[in-house]
Design a binder for this molecule. Structure first.
Ligand SMILES: *[C@@H]1O[C@H](CO)[C@@H](O)[C@H](O)[C@H]1NC(C)=O
Ligand SMILES: *[C@@H]1O[C@H](CO)[C@@H](O)[C@H](O)[C@H]1NC(C)=O
Ligand SMILES: *[C@@H]1O[C@H](CO)[C@@H](O)[C@H](O)[C@H]1NC(C)=O
Length: 316
């Protein structure tokens, strides 16, 4: 009887302590509320569009599946807060003031299927920015007027990607080597960029052959022409004949072969002359022996001669 109140008092103190701790430092893992100026529903959709937000909303429900923060003036996507939302499937960040996206921004968003980064002020995309987004199906990244640099491997890991829209940016070149390797990609928006239709973009021009509507910004003589129509023209232009460096190369190769032939012929000549001299010297040294040879044979011949006779005798 005396012991009973003690544990309950202890657990009460523990609960009060917990509440205090939670109140002082709300852990993101325990928040269940809805961010200020946002609307949250029981479908795990958080809607914060057009609320004049200048920073990413805090206190987002951990289980959020759709987050819409479009039409604000958010300048940064904070990696730590974003990566708590590991169930996020849909993220609309369009029409904000995002200038860059760090490589860790999307590190934990393996379920994200839709991402919209259109109408921002992005300037470049690094190779690992979208790497963790293994479920990404649709990526919209249009209308970033200063976006001029997308790394050739930026989408290399997005093997679920079906739709990519990079229209109306400031792209002049795009290396498509990793894009064409994506197994399910079916649509790529490229129009409204300042494509340069030269040999750097030959692959791109050949690739959009079917699509058609995208035009060149340069060089001046090709301005306004459709990328798709220039693919084959560029291919023949860019691989046309041999350049002066090629001729120089072949000239150098020819000279090397000629020089090697001459040197080896000379070396063989020298070796043959030396050998001849050596043989001559050898035979001169052997000259005194030459005179004794007939004597020897003359001396030996009598002793050799009886052998066949004796042999013949034995046989007979
Ligand atoms: C972008 O958002 C602003 C409000 O912040 C709005 O007035 C404007 O129409 C939006 N632009 C686009 C292209 O949606
Ligand atoms: C677009 O890119 C070109 C270089 O390719 C650059 O000179 C120009 O300033 C860029 N435009 C914008 C709006 O950033
Ligand atoms: C395109 O990108 C691939 C992979 O990063 C690279 O190997 C290739 O050299 C690039 N091509 C051009 C023309 O830059």
């Amino acid at each position: 009887m005396r012991l009973a109140p003690q544990p309950s008092a202890q657990s009460l103190r523990l609960i009060i302590l917990l509440i205090l701790v939670m109140g002082v430092a709300p852990s993101p893992a325990l928040t269940v509320g809805c961010p200020a100026r946002c609307v949250c529903d029981d479908q795990l959709v958080v809607q914060c569009a057009g609320q004049h937000l200048t920073a990413f909303p805090t206190d987002l429900p951990l289980a959020t599946r759709q987050l819409i923060i479009s039409n604000n003036r958010i300048v940064e996507l904070p990696p730590l807060q974003l990566n708590y939302l590991s169930d996020l499937v849909y993220l609309d960040c369009s029409n904000n003031s995002l200038t860059e996206i760090s490589m860790s921004t999307f590190g934990n968003l393996g379920k994200l299927a839709y991402l919209d980064l259109s109408f921002n002020t992005l300037t470049r995309i690094e190779d690992r920015t979208f790497g963790p987004l293994s479920s990404l199906v649709m990526l919209r990244m249009t209308d970033n007027p200063g976006l001029s640099d997308i790394h050739s491997d930026a989408f290399a890991k997005n093997s679920a990607l079906q739709v990519l829209d990079v229209s109306r940016n400031n792209l002049s070149v795009l290396n498509i080597s990793s894009l064409i390797a994506l197994p399910t990609l079916r649509s790529v928006g490229l129009s409204g960029n300042s494509w340069s239709c030269d040999c750097d973009n030959e692959d791109l021009c050949l690739w959009v052959h079917i699509e058609g509507q995208t035009v060149c910004r340069g060089p001046p003589n090709l301005q306004g022409q459709r990328l798709g129509e220039l693919g084959l023209q560029l291919r023949s232009q860019c691989h046309q004949g041999l350049g002066s460096w090629d001729y120089l190369f072949f000239l150098a190769i020819g000279f090397v072969i000629f020089a090697a032939g001459t040197v080896s012929a000379w070396a063989i000549g020298v070796v043959m002359v030396l050998y001849e001299r050596y043989v001559k010297k050898k035979s001169e040294q052997m000259d005194p022996d030459d005179e004794s040879l007939p004597n020897l044979s003359a001396n030996n011949s009598p002793s050799i001669r009886p052998l066949p006779d004796s042999h013949g005798k034995i046989l007979a």
